[in-house]
Write a protein that binds this ligand. Structure first.
Ligand code: SF4
Length: 178
């Protein structure tokens, strides 16, 4: 299936859609950081990778390139850790931060084991992927089709788990079967 066509979530607010999340195919990522810039422009109208909701971690000496983004967890540790209830699922079932309630304490950042939430250096509030309300800018910007939107049921859950598992193995975070 055309990976970008899969990103075609209806933009209309309030429409009933299944839970979605971004999935990363790390084998396709070149580390070009186009996704970071696209995300920053979409959300802040500035080219500032530090304000992006997707972060490409790089350690070139060890040949590590790892895009990190919110996985829209079923039982989100960030939501559980937030003392003000600022993190909730919106009407499209996407985990969202309410900037009016967020006090920038960073508990959510510490709680997320995937690095999927950060503090914006300008607003000092938590920021995370909101799937751009339907058409993620990072998906559109990635020339290498390394990012796609998956539906979190059956195949989508497997694709997301596979991506996380592949990364963990690649970087030695889990022990390979003997
Ligand atoms: S930084 Fe904001 S969203 Fe995160 S735990 Fe603190 S109050 Fe909640």
């Amino acid at each position: 299936m055309d990976r970008k066509r899969e990103a075609g979530i209806p933009k209309k607010k309030g429409s009933s859609i299944l839970k979605k999340a971004l999935a990363i195919d790390n084998s396709r990522c070149t580390g070009c950081r186009n996704c970071e810039l696209a995300c920053s422009v979409e959300h802040t109208q500035t080219f500032n990778p530090r304000r992006s909701r997707i972060q490409v971690l790089k350690k070139e000496k060890r040949d590590i390139i790892m895009p990190v983004v919110c996985l829209q967890c079923e039982n989100p540790l960030c939501q559980e850790a937030c003392p003000t209830g600022a993190i909730h699922r919106n009407e499209e079932e996407i985990l969202t931060v309410n900037p009016n309630s967020c006090i920038g304490c960073g508990n959510c950042v510490n709680a997320c084991i995937y690095g999927g939430i950060a503090i914006d250096p300008i607003t000092l509030k938590a920021i995370k992927c909101d799937l751009c309300g339907g058409n993620p800018a990072c998906v559109e910007a990635c020339e290498y089709d390394a990012i796609s939107v998956v539906t979190l049921d059956g195949d989508g859950l497997r694709e997301r788990a596979q991506g996380v598992g592949d990364l963990a193995k690649k970087y030695g975070l889990v022990r390979e079967e003997a």
